[in-house]
Design a protein around this ligand. Structure first.
Ligand code: BEZ
Length: 396
């Protein structure tokens, strides 16, 4: 392998691997630099399942979820392992609550705007059809049938395997980036494994985003959540849940929003995953992650399961964590943009950062590859762009 490439991707998680896959398909040479090992459990893709859902309070997010579907279908053609278990998305709860995921009524409007079919539900429907119980009488909900549990582990392994087989794609692990310089239109990216060059950079290091951006003297405003998950044994072997999210007002440290998954054979078979969509203490530095679940948040989750779910044990028997950077500016959503104008070569640096974006993996890979190779994308990324004012120059 010589050290010169068409594109260098910094960050070998799902977005970096998906971008390399799309770049390699276009026969451009691409190097992916991963600071740890590929398929590690240290970032936003730790754990094995994620939710694919179409309901969002904003039409542009609904559209992006729909636009991602054909890219999932195309990826699925490469493996017999199902990448998704399509059990539907159930959103329910207090209709007045506006949470990090939005609001049920706003999501209904956005779904209608894009002609997406869904069913509106009463509290009785939710209890009778979906096994929840003792819900407050004012709760409402919606069910959208295309929602799924994503087999994230299989997705990552597939992207890794496809990249490994493509001679255009080079994968280098244990290669944290320590310096980025630019001379005569070429980036020189230094790692303990050597210096690599390319005219284009794609930056996708998940929670380590600011570790990389600071090498170019700017950063994004983020908070870090080390999210916890719990697995509850099925006491009724036939019980099944869709992917779901409950909207409720926070009660002090109890953020009181929970989400859950169906039982699947790839993630603790015989168990159902339920998780708090809050942390009791955000982190200010990803290096402070403990990789241990938060006992307080898990306690609230177990209480909710006991009070409102059926067919499950009430003790979390397995747990997992994942570390995610969330945008302070864009209501925790994803950011997709070129570097800001004051960075030398800004138009040659594509960045994906922050947010819950597993459902978009193959599509974001395609957008990032286009941004790197064509210097643009025809997709309307305006809702995800930060613009100069949101980036903070560190020295200047
Ligand atoms: C999501 O689908 O974006 C999501 C689901 C559960 C928790 C957080 C985010």
């Amino acid at each position: 392998m010589d050290n010169n490439f068409d594109v260098i991707v910094i960050g070998g998680g799902p977005m970096g691997l998906a971008c390399a896959y799309e770049t390699g398909k276009r026969k451009a040479s691409v190097l992916v630099l991963e600071r740890f090992q590929f398929l590690n459990q240290k970032g936003s893709s730790a754990g094995t399942s994620r939710q694919y859902r179409i309901p969002y309070p904003d039409a542009y997010m609904v559209k992006m979820a729909l636009d991602a579907q054909p890219y999932w279908d195309a990826l699925q053609l490469h493996t017999k392992t199902p990448l998704m278990d399509k059990v539907g998305t159930l959103w329910f709860g207090d209709p007045t609550v506006v949470s990090t995921e939005g609001n049920i009524g706003a999501a209904e409007k956005a779904l209608q705007q894009l002609n997406v079919k869904y069913d509106s539900l009463t509290v009785e429907n939710i209890e009778e059809e979906f096994h929840f119980r003792n819900l407050p009488k004012n709760y409402t909900g919606l069910f959208q049938a295309d929602g799924a549990s994503i087999n994230l582990k299989a997705t990552l392994e597939l992207l890794f395997e496809l990249n490994s087989k493509n001679p255009c794609v080079h994968l280098k692990e244990n290669a944290p980036v320590i310096k980025i310089e630019r001379k005569d239109g070429i980036f020189y990216v230094s790692t303990p494994e050597g210096v690599f060059t390319a005219p284009k950079l794609v930056i996708t290091p998940g929670p380590y985003i600011n570790e990389v951006l600071k090498l170019q003297e700017f950063h994004v405003a983020v908070t870090y959540w080390e999210m916890s998950s719990a697995y509850f044994r099925k006491t009724d072997p036939n019980i099944q849940y869709p992917t779901w999210f409950v909207f409720q007002n926070a009660i002090e440290a109890n953020g009181n929003q929970f989400y859950g998954f169906p039982g699947v054979d790839w993630d603790f078979p015989g168990y159902i995953r339920v998780a708090p969509d809050f942390v009791t203490e955000p982190l200010t530095n990803p290096e402070n992650a403990s990789r241990k679940p938060d006992p307080q948040a898990l306690g609230y989750t177990a209480q909710w399961v006991k009070d409102h779910m059926t067919g499950l044990g009430i003790v979390p028997e397995h747990t997992s964590t994942c570390l995610i950077a969330l945008s302070n500016i864009r209501n925790k959503e994803l950011l997709l943009d070129f570097a800001p104008g004051y960075i030398p070569g800004h138009q040659d640096i594509a960045i994906y950062a922050t947010g819950w974006a597993a459902k978009f993996i193959p599509f974001l890979g395609k957008l990032l590859a286009d941004m790197a190779l064509d210097g643009k994308t025809d997709y309307d990324i305006a809702p995800f762009q930060l613009g100069f004012k949101y980036f903070t120059a560190l020295k200047r």
